[in-house]
Design a protein around this ligand. Structure first.
Ligand code: GLU
Length: 452
């Protein structure tokens, strides 16, 4: 009989061993720790999960690919970036997860993202494994032609590792519709195949799904709404603090407005904007998506209701709900304390691991409903899986149909996390609920498929 204490001791030892074998990867350590510290009850309750090597295998990527990406800028200078694809777990389906182009990308970042993706994708229930990739390439300030040459060089290596039944990349920070277009073009050229299902986030005219750009942001708002509903409330009239101004943040704002909430902020690395009248989503799209400009330009054009706070922390703005939608570890303990002081009721992570462990603990102690990214931001990858299904059937669903499916999936994920947390004696703890529910699905498949 394995007790919770035995399991905890074993998981703690495993964590120490993982940290030793994967030095200098703090984000990967953090992501693994956040999962392992919630698994003791399920290992104690279900002896098959305590089988030696199962959790060890889950924490070790199936394959890690690192490659050189040489490209020429508009002046003819040669640059050398590093490309990554970490194929973490394919027990439930082809590896699935985005590509991130950002100067901060390194192996540890890609592994943390890939690890989280395994659980997130399992929660969608759609038969997708987990992977992640990217490059330390910085697209900011680069011309379209430079981005195209970079993407072509990146795909010239990546193509041999991916495929509709093998590994299906998509976007993440720094990779949107433009980049997916260039990547798809190069894949098609090299392979001489129209293999639509090899990438998701494509344009709707050439195999992309309706609602894929909107899906992550819409989904995290739907998850926040489900958490509020659980407490007998809804989004109507709630003030929302949103960080970021990329794809996730823009569509988070759009959905909040559609459901009667009042999103008052957005941000980028230079500071944040607070808009007393509520963010004007069309202006935000114009500044960030069309012009690829800075968030300060939003405030300059919006008029009296908005101001730009250079270098400020968006979390100092009072709100009923918070949706961190920028990047990892953007919301720390002091930020959480400020939000709690200002009466925040619910937090839904639109980004991957934006909340530090101390901040999560603080929210939970204060009774704030906290939806972890693995659950709350799963809408993006869920619609990616729907895009794969459409590609496979050579069909295209209407926006309404995709949106209905997205709403159903987000509600199912909420229910699964909520029920799992209750089943393991921690009602309302969505972190434990998401980790255990995701773990059970992947672990069952791994056990059934043998030691591989
Ligand atoms: N990058 C997104 C995520 O973090 C989406 C991945 C995908 O669509 O494959 O889930």
């Amino acid at each position: 009989m394995t007790t919770r204490d035995d399991s905890k001791t074993r998981l703690d030892a495993l964590r120490v061993e993982i940290e030793r074998r994967n030095p200098a990867q703090p984000e990967f350590h953090q992501a693994v720790h956040e999962v392992l510290e919630t698994l003791a009850p399920v290992l104690a309750a279900r002896p098959e999960y305590a089988e030696p090597g199962l959790v060890e295998r889950l924490c070790e990527p199936e394959r890690q690919i690192i490659f050189r990406v040489p490209w020429q800028d508009d002046q003819g200078r040669v640059h050398v970036n590093r490309g990554f694809r970490v194929e973490f777990n394919s027990a439930l389906g082809p590896y699935k997860g985005g590509l991130r182009f950002h100067p901060s990308v390194n192996l540890g970042i890609v592994k943390f993202l890939g690890f989280e993706q395994v659980f997130k994708n399992a929660l969608t229930g759609l038969g997708i494994g987990g992977g992640k990739g990217g490059s330390d390439f910085d697209p900011r300030g680069r011309s379209d032609a430079e981005v195209m040459r970079f993407c072509q060089s990146f795909m010239t290596e990546l193509y041999r590792h991916i495929g509709e039944h093998t590994d299906v990349p998509a976007g993440d920070i720094g990779v949107g519709g433009r980049e997916i277009g260039y990547l798809f073009g190069q894949y098609r050229r090299i392979t001489n195949r129209w293999e639509a299902g090899v990438l998701t986030g494509k344009g709707t005219g050439w195999g992309g799904s309706a609602i894929r750009p909107e899906a992550t942001g819409y989904g995290s708002v739907l998850f926040a709404a489900a958490m509020l509903r659980e407490r007998g409330e809804d989004l109507e009239g709630q003030t929302a603090v949103v960080s970021g101004s990329g794809n996730v943040a823009v569509y988070t704002v759009e959905k909040l407005l559609a459901l009667g909430a009042n999103p008052v902020t957005c941000s980028d690395s230079s500071g944040y904007v607070v808009d007393d009248k509520g963010i004007d989503v069309d202006l935000l799209k114009q500044v960030k998506e069309v012009e690829r400009g800075r968030i300060s330009e939003y405030a300059e054009r919006r008029g009296a209701s908005a101001r730009f706070v250079p270098g400020g922390r968006v979390w100092e703005v009072p709100g009923d709900i918070a949706l961190p939608s920028a990047t990892q570890n953007e919301l720390g303990e002091d930020d959480a304390a400020a939000l709690v002081r200002n009466g925040v009721k619910a937090v839904a992570e639109g980004a991957n691991m934006p909340t530090t462990p101390d901040a999560v603990r603080l929210f939970q102690q204060a009774g704030v409903a906290f939806g972890p990214g693995k659950a709350a931001n799963a809408g993006g990858v869920a619609v990616s899986a729907l895009e794969m299904a459409q590609n496979h059937a050579r069909t295209a669903w209407t926006p309404n149909r995709v949106e209905e499916e997205l709403a159903r999936i987000m509600n199912d994920i909420h229910t699964t996390c909520h029920e799992t947390a209750a089943r393991y004696g921690v009602p309302g703890d969505y972190v434990t609920g998401a980790n255990i529910a995701g773990f059970e699905r992947v672990a069952d498949a791994m056990l059934a498929q043998g030691v591989i």
